[in-house]
Design a protein around this ligand. Structure first.
Ligand code: NAG
Ligand code: NAG
Ligand code: NAG
Ligand code: NAG
Ligand code: NAG
Length: 839
């Protein structure tokens, strides 16, 4: 069934939100933590992902990978990679494709993983978290990416989602996601015809700083402009502190901290904590690390004021993106209704102050700083999912970088180019271009302004439009090419078709075939892709969204038929043309399939290792538990000889676990546990019996007493029982006295017996005896009294509830306790998907 899941794939940590009947909820991982570190550790037998990996950052430094989010879709030679690689504890390598990869020891082998694979691993974990929360398989999801990601980075993240077995319905920009989480709940947005409400969203996370200004009307969100500083984030502030203490401790203790990666990583962790403390506390704070390096304890202090001075250059970078979005959107500060901040680094008071000072108003923190992105993703997923009913909300995002096409133009004898999507053009969006050609041709897509791009290569892709032939008369054919920025923000030449002209009579119709037009290009029409709901309402261009999904075998003849081409004596038809893509850094389909398969194998390996480790832990736990109990709870239930030999056996097993038994197959541990249990089980059973026996005897005793009371009442002619049959009551009396004798006899024998021996009487026999007694007596004593007119004073309900009415008081006529407590909890496993109203 459909799952509605949103994933915030963060630089430092990730969040997962799901939609349930109750609304959107951020879910916790197996550590009851809603935040999962973006961290993967590799070991000789398995991987650890998330919190378990984070705890190995220092102990398994070379094989514990973090901070890889920004390596997506980048060549090893990329200056960003070259810059970063020196600050990492693990190794980045050049893969055969030229891309940056990660080298680790895994399963006792050197392995090079692509960034897609590593993010795929992290997503595997997040998928599992969602599955545990939803208690069903998760496939569909929405994943967030920074709004400044280029096509190569976006495609790389898309591949990672596939490796993890996810179907990403949309890659959504982090800021857009936040805006959605904000807007969809707002009841008081201006009506469609009114002036929109402009809100600025500021997101400073651990690795980057993003600003978006959005306009809201009822049910509508439009991104007006975005700006960013792709390297300004919490970690830059951490680095300031790290550099300060490296120098400080270096001088004070004569330590070269940067030469020792473990020390440096510890310092990073401590500085992160200190930064958080400083956000809440302005006084002098200590920085103490024991046994920091070369067995030296280090200590220093820092305070907010000093930190602020150190970070002046970073704080100066807060303002420009704020200024830029206003300029781009042509808005004044007074036009801004609110400034919403999210992201961990906006907790730094000085950052908040700079933002609020720029806008001349208090910033709002309506949204959860850590979880807003994930919640927005889940909302977007709910909107895209047919399983949920969500208030209608349309989202128009925009193209952050202008996109151009370049092609060889025979007519102009050289390269021609055209900007197809200018900066801040709405997205998703498709356009149809016409070319006049006689043979196949290539379109090169690229980002128009490399200077604006936080990425070294402006190339997006080459698209070869194949099977282009001239018209039957030898003139150029009109080729219609559809270019598109899709829902993930990825550009493509999504389809191409050739317009065949069939002349129906002698009159030569010139159409667009005159030589001057030939081999040129024109933009025919534009069409904006709308949200699903609106899509259905639109009738003018119903083909627009279908093309995206069914482009392979599309026989949609009416598609892109230009109205002006319908001239009287000319008939035209279109033929779909194949397009060959060469996307920058795109993983091939076969390689991607291999990665998917390998991820499956690694998941299986982790599972097997976990089972093996659980089996080992079970032995260890049993050893400790038994040893404790043998000289505690169980002491009286085993004779001294047996206790001594069992204790010895437990000690041997403990030693074995640290020696030969340290690393054994699962079955060896299972067998070991079985062997120990053979010795422990009888002791445990004797203890258990002795715990339960008194209660069982007590129940039997109570039952006997109950019947004795009834016998007495019958004999003294109590009118409650005077309808009962005398012969029957003799049967009751006999059963009761026989049971009493049985009970006294067994009690006596058992009380004389040592607890270290198996009991003479088992609890289950006592229960059986009780049942036997009630089976005989109950039908007799609960026989209903013949109906008589009820006098008024007997209406007291307490008296009506007597055993005569057969409704049972606690003991008489009741089933044994363990059966009567059976609650009929609903066991439905397949529930209908809930409908949700976001209100
Ligand atoms: C692998 O599994 C073991 C348990 O067998 C666990 O303790 C360890 O942390 C796991 N991860 C790595 C990277 O070794
Ligand atoms: C990993 O990449 C490095 C650098 O390109 C190369 O030297 C090494 O042989 C590769 N290892 C494997 C296992 O492919
Ligand atoms: C701030 O930190 C100092 C030093 O640790 C401590 O004495 C003080 O109580 C803290 N103040 C607040 C408000 O937490
Ligand atoms: C955000 O994502 C959309 C796709 O949903 C993409 O077209 C656009 O380029 C992105 N917008 C910004 C401002 O980065
Ligand atoms: C509880 O009742 C249900 C339905 O009456 C039955 O299927 C189930 O076996 C019972 N469970 C126990 C523990 O008695």
């Amino acid at each position: 069934s459909m799952s509605v899941v949103g994933i915030d794939l963060g630089f430092q940590s990730c969040y997962v939100a799901v939609a349930r009947a109750g609304g959107i909820e951020t879910v916790a991982n197996e550590y009851s933590d809603r935040s999962t570190p973006s961290c993967v550790a590799f070991g000789p037998k398995n991987r650890s992902i998330g919190a378990a990996a984070k705890s190995q950052v220092i102990s398994n430094a070379k094989n514990t990978v973090q901070g890889f989010k920004r390596f997506h879709g980048r060549a090893f030679s990329d200056p960003f990679i070259q810059d970063e690689k020196n600050n990492l504890a693990y190794e980045l390598v050049q893969l055969p494709t030229g891309l940056a990869g990660i080298k680790v020891m895994y399963m006792e082998e050197e392995r090079n993983f692509t960034i897609e694979q590593v993010t795929g691993m992290l997503l595997t974990k997040l998928k599992e978290t969602a599955e545990n929360a939803l208690k069903k398989p998760v496939v569909d999801c929405v994943v967030s990416v920074p709004c400044f990601y280029t096509d190569a980075e976006r495609r790389s993240v898309m591949d990672a989602t596939q490796i993890a077995g996810l179907n990403c319905l949309r890659l959504i920009n982090e800021t857009t996601s936040v805006a959605l989480a904000y807007g969809i709940y707002k009841q008081d947005l201006p009506a469609l015809e009114e002036k929109p409400r402009n809100v600025v969203f500021v997101d400073m996370g651990q690795s980057a700083y993003q600003v978006a200004v959005c306009s809201f009307n009822k049910g509508k969100l439009k991104v007006l402009a975005t700006a960013f500083d792709t390297t300004l984030g919490g970690r830059k502030f951490d680095e300031m502190l790290v550099n300060y203490f490296c120098e400080e401790f270096g001088k004070k203790y004569k330590l070269d901290i940067k030469s020792k990666i473990r020390a440096l990583l510890r310092l990073f962790q401590e500085c992160e904590k200190l930064k958080k403390l400083m956000s809440a506390n302005a006084s002098d704070l200590p920085m103490n690390i024991e046994c920091f390096m070369n067995d030296i304890d280090v200590s220093g202090t820092m305070n907010r004021g000093k930190f602020l001075e150190m970070c002046d250059s970073l704080l100066a970078r807060v303002e420009p993106p704020l200024r830029s979005v206003l300029e781009q959107a042509k808005l004044k500060k007074e036009d801004i209704y609110a400034v919403e901040i999210v992201g961990g680094a906006t907790r730094i008071p000085a950052v908040k102050e700079r933002i609020s000072k720029f806008f001349g108003k208090e910033v709002s923190t309506t949204l959860n700083a850590d979880e807003a992105v994930a919640r927005g993703c889940a909302l977007q997923c709910a909107i895209l999912s047919p399983a949920f009913k969500v208030r209608e909300f349309s989202i128009t995002d925009l193209v952050p970088y202008p996109i151009s096409l370049r092609w060889n133009s025979p007519a102009e004898e050289g390269l021609s180019n055209c900007e197809v999507f200018p900066k801040n053009h709405a997205a998703p969006f498709s356009k149809v271009l016409s070319f006049f050609r006689k043979e196949p041709f290539t379109l090169e897509a690229y980002y128009t302004s490399p200077k604006e791009l936080p990425y070294p290569d402006p190339t997006i892709a080459h698209f070869l439009v194949q099977k282009v032939t001239p018209q039957t008369d030898g003139s150029s054919s009109k080729v219609k090419v559809k270019v598109r920025v899709n829902i993930h923000g990825i550009f493509s030449v999504s389809s191409a078709s050739l317009v065949e002209v069939h002349k129906s009579d002698e009159n030569e119709e010139p159409m667009e075939t005159d030589q001057k037009e030939e081999e040129k290009m024109q933009i025919d029409q534009e069409e904006q892709q709308k949200n699903e709901e609106q899509q259905q309402a639109r009738t003018d261009k119903p083909e627009s969204e279908e093309m995206e999904t069914s482009q392979a075998g599309s026989k949609d003849k009416k598609m892109d038929q230009p109205p002006q081409a319908k001239k009287a004596k000319v008939k035209t038809s279109t033929v779909d043309l194949p397009i060959e893509n060469q996307l920058l850094w795109q993983i091939g389909k076969d390689i991607l399939n291999l990665f998917i398969e390998n991820e499956g194998k690694m998941i299986m390996q982790d599972k097997l290792e976990k089972e093996r480790n659980d089996a080992k832990n079970a032995v260890e736990e049993y050893v400790y538990d038994m040893r404790d109990k043998l000289c505690g709870l169980y002491e009286k239930f085993v004779n001294e000889d047996d206790r001594n030999s069992f204790t010895l056996k437990l000690e041997d097993t403990e030693n074995w676990l640290y020696e030969d038994g340290e690393d054994q197959p699962k079955q060896v541990y299972i067998d070991k546990l079985t062997e120990l249990k053979t010795l422990g089980q009888p002791i445990q059973a004797r203890f258990q019996e002795s715990e339960e026996r008194p209660k069982a005897f007590e129940d039997l005793g109570k039952q006997i007493q109950q019947y004795m009371k009834i016998i007495h009442a019958f004999k003294t002619k109590d009118d409650q029982y005077d309808h009962l049959d005398a012969a029957d009551m003799i049967k009751v009396e006999k059963s009761v006295s026989e049971a009493m004798e049985w009970m006294n006899n067994k009690l006596n024998l058992q009380n004389k017996r040592s607890l270290a021996l198996d009991p003479l009487i088992k609890t289950k026999d006592i229960h059986a005896k009780t049942k036997e007694l009630t089976d005989t007596c109950n039908p007799i004593v609960t026989k209903p009294k013949p109906k008589v007119e009820v006098p008024k004073e007997e209406q007291n309900p307490a008296e009506q509830n007597g055993p005569v009415e057969g409704q049972g008081d606690a003991n008489v006529g009741a089933q044994p306790a363990e059966e009567s407590t059976n609650t009929t909890a609903p066991t439905a496993t397949e529930k209908k998907l809930p409908e949700m109203d976001i209100d």
